[in-house]
Design a protein around this ligand. Structure first.
Ligand code: HEM
Length: 480
């Protein structure tokens, strides 16, 4: 027994000696944390924003931290972001995406060609096809709103704004992109959303591999149920499928993906297309309702529209600024890339740092530019007209260190891997807010209510979600 223990201790020591890492010349400051292997993983996972702010105060705009055996270099100077965003030779978007695909969705696509998938997305979510998608989305928006927020109701109805926005937009998005009409009835749609919410609630823990055993069971059963519920969408033929889904399924078949993996891929797409829009719409509407002058400005602009807000000739600068401001405060993705080969990173201030092959590099625009007090005055405050000039035109001039910034807010990422669904997502939110503000009376249950705080475990995973909800009440507007 004693020999086994000694052998184990020696093996562990050898492991740590071989894996020992120290900072080399020209490398960013290295902060391994106190716990071997785990490093800063716990603090990172608990509240990444707070942790990275602390590291920034300690080390500056670039540093490398250890988390669960991996070394991640974090870059927080927006003037230097192009060095990461535009280097597709040394830095790779897909390796880390693949890790998450497997951890969260149990999805393995060995012959997957990301460029082909991207081409399918681009073809269906941008350009001419976007118009078709928008009109299908608008139609479903009216249908779902009618069903969930009845026109004939006289009395106020109460709900949490997050719950209302996420569930309604999820259903609209599902019907638009997954073509549920023929495949699913209403109760299936409600079940898909219920299971999806359970799954989404555990998503960050799945990504970090920190599920407790009872949570593992819940995640597994929600995933399994979603696979079953999505199977009809995988099988749908002709008019039961939407053009995007049809093209995506064809690509999977061409890549030799079997039926089971195809269904898992659909769940990934369901989350990728629905995971951010509902929460983003919630934040925007929540900020409007808690800032009456912003609500009046957006309402006035919307009520004056002669055409649909999605008509290409319609401009909505007030809405656009109010949305950009909500996203500045609540979009918090990590832009993560795997370092495929050693790379010298040239910072805008003239410093050079070596990034090691096998490490990851991560931008966190939430800290800077979005919440950087040098760029945005009183960054914690919601100012609906922050992105408007005095003459009402779009404001694009923001500065840091006396230099004009290319990136002053980055909710959609940037460069070659920037968000393909941006236009569609904006149209969906615009239509939702238009329908709500022009067809319904909508107000806070408690006129003094404040916006709820954020669920700090979601920093790094796209749009933030609230801790709790904001109670609102609504009823159809009386036609004058
Ligand atoms: C408010 C809503 C949304 C937000 C805030 C958002 C944000 C983002 C961000 C930050 C990225 C870049 C990730 C990176 O560089 O590492 C991204 C990528 C992407 N987004 Fe979105 N997104 C939203 C909605 C959507 C929708 C509705 C779709 C699809 C219909 C979509 C499809 C994609 C795709 C396909 C990529 C990856 C692009 C690539 O492979 O190069 N997104 N999104």
């Amino acid at each position: 027994m004693i020999w086994t223990v000694l052998l184990l201790v020696h093996a562990l020591l050898l492991y740590f000696i071989l894996r020992h890492r120290s900072r080399s010349r020209n490398e960013p400051p290295l902060d391994k944390g106190l716990i071997p292997w785990l490093g800063h993983a716990l603090e990172f996972g608990k509240d990444a924003s707070k942790f990275l702010e602390r590291m920034k105060r300690k080390h500056g705009d670039i540093f490398t931290v250890r988390a669960a055996g991996r070394y991640v270099t974090v870059l927080l100077d927006p003037h230097s972001y192009d060095q990461v965003i535009h280097d597709q030779d040394c830095l790779d978007f897909h390796s880390y995406a693949k890790v998450l695909m497997e951890r969260i969705f149990q999805l393995r696509l060995p012959n997957h060609e990301p460029a082909k998938e991207k081409a399918v997305m681009t073809q269906h979510f941008l350009g001419m096809n976007l118009c078709g998608l928008n009109s299908s989305m608008s139609r479903h928006m009216l249908e779902v709103a009618k069903a969930e927020m009845p026109q004939n109701q006289k009395d106020w109805k109460e709900d949490g704004l997050f719950n209302l926005s996420y569930s309604l937009l999820f259903k609209v998005g599902y019907l638009t992109l997954f073509g549920g009409e023929q495949n699913n009835n209403c109760s299936d749609l409600a079940s898909i959303y219920e299971e999806y919410k359970k799954f989404d609630g555990l998503l960050t823990k799945m990504a970090r591999g920190t599920l407790k055993s009872y949570e593992k069971k819940t995640a597994q059963s929600a995933r399994q149920r979603l696979w079953e519920l999505l199977a009809p969408a995988r099988l749908a033929k002709g008019s039961g499928s939407t053009p995007w889904l049809h093209a995506y399924r064809r690509l999977l078949r061409e890549e030799g993906v079997d039926n089971e993996m195809q269904t898992r891929a659909l769940l990934l797409q369901l989350w990728a297309t629905q995971g951010n829009v509902g929460p983003a719409a919630f934040w925007m509407l929540g900020y409007l309702l808690t800032h009456p002058e912003a609500l009046t400005a957006v309402k006035t602009e919307m009520e004056a529209l002669q055409l649909s807000p999605l008509d290409s000739s319609v401009v909505t600068p007030v809405f656009d600024s109010a949305l950009d401001e909500a996203l500045r405060l609540t979009a918090a993705p990590f832009i993560t890339r795997e370092v495929l080969q050693d790379k010298v990173l040239h910072m805008a201030d003239g410093q050079q740092y070596l990034l090691r092959k096998g490490d990851r590099v991560c931008l966190f625009p939430f800290i800077s530019p979005q919440m950087d007090p040098e760029i945005h005055q009183e960054p914690q405050k919601y100012m609906f007209n922050r992105f408007l000039n005095e003459d009402g035109s779009v404001k694009k001039d923001f500065y840091k260190g006396g230099r004009r910034l290319k990136y002053y807010s980055m909710p959609w990422g940037a460069g070659a891997n920037g968000c393909v669904g941006k236009q569609f997502a904006i149209s969906t939110m615009k239509q939702y807010i238009y329908v709500l503000l022009t067809n319904y009376d909508l107000e806070l249950c408690d006129p003094c209510a404040l916006m709820p705080g954020v669920n700090a475990s979601r920093y790094g995973f796209g749009m933030l979600q609230p801790e709790g909800d904001l109670l609102v009440r609504y009823r159809p507007r009386q036609k004058l």
